[in-house]
Ligand binder design. Structure first.
Ligand SMILES: [Zn+2]
Ligand SMILES: [Zn+2]
Length: 143
């Protein structure tokens, strides 16, 4: 279902060599390209991985994705790139969305819906997110 949606709406990235494994389900993710940014989607849990710097590029703002550590009782996940446990971080101006970030700077992991939550937060806090980007982020997994 989701792959049908992806194939219909996106240009799949050229997957060369290995793709990442989802840190939650351990299945191979699906690499897609959007506005020259490559991201990895898990077809099982609908999580999304951004390599370091890609989300900033997409949103056009470093500050929009600023993070701070948060202390919550959630099992740590392992970075899909390097073998380190990721940190739980609050991200965005509202600091309401909790994501996983690799301490080595590999990138960010968003569970399903966290990306659209962040996008809504940015909008509510008055950040300018290009309409097409907002639509992309919020519409990635329509109900
Ligand atoms: Zn998954
Ligand atoms: Zn890493």
């Amino acid at each position: 279902m989701i792959l049908v949606h992806i194939e219909r709406n996106w240009k799949p990235g050229s997957v060369e060599g290995e793709t990442l494994k989802c840190p939650v389900c351990k299945v191979l993710t699906y690499a897609v390209e959007y506005l020259d940014i490559e991201l990895d989607l898990c077809p099982e849990c609908q999580g999304v991985w951004f390599d370091s710097g890609e989300l900033e590029l997409l949103l056009g703002s470093q500050a929009a994705v600023s993070c701070e550590p948060v202390d919550i009782e959630e099992a740590p996940r392992v970075c899909p790139v390097c073998p380190h446990k990721m940190d739980k971080m609050n991200i965005g101006p509202g600091r309401r969305v909790v994501i996983d970030r690799c301490p080595n700077g590999c990138g960010l992991w968003f569970d399903a819906n966290e990306l659209s939550d962040l996008t809504h937060d940015l909008k509510n806090e008055g950040w300018h997110v290009r309409p097409e980007v907002r639509e992309f982020l919020c519409g990635m997994f329509p109900d």
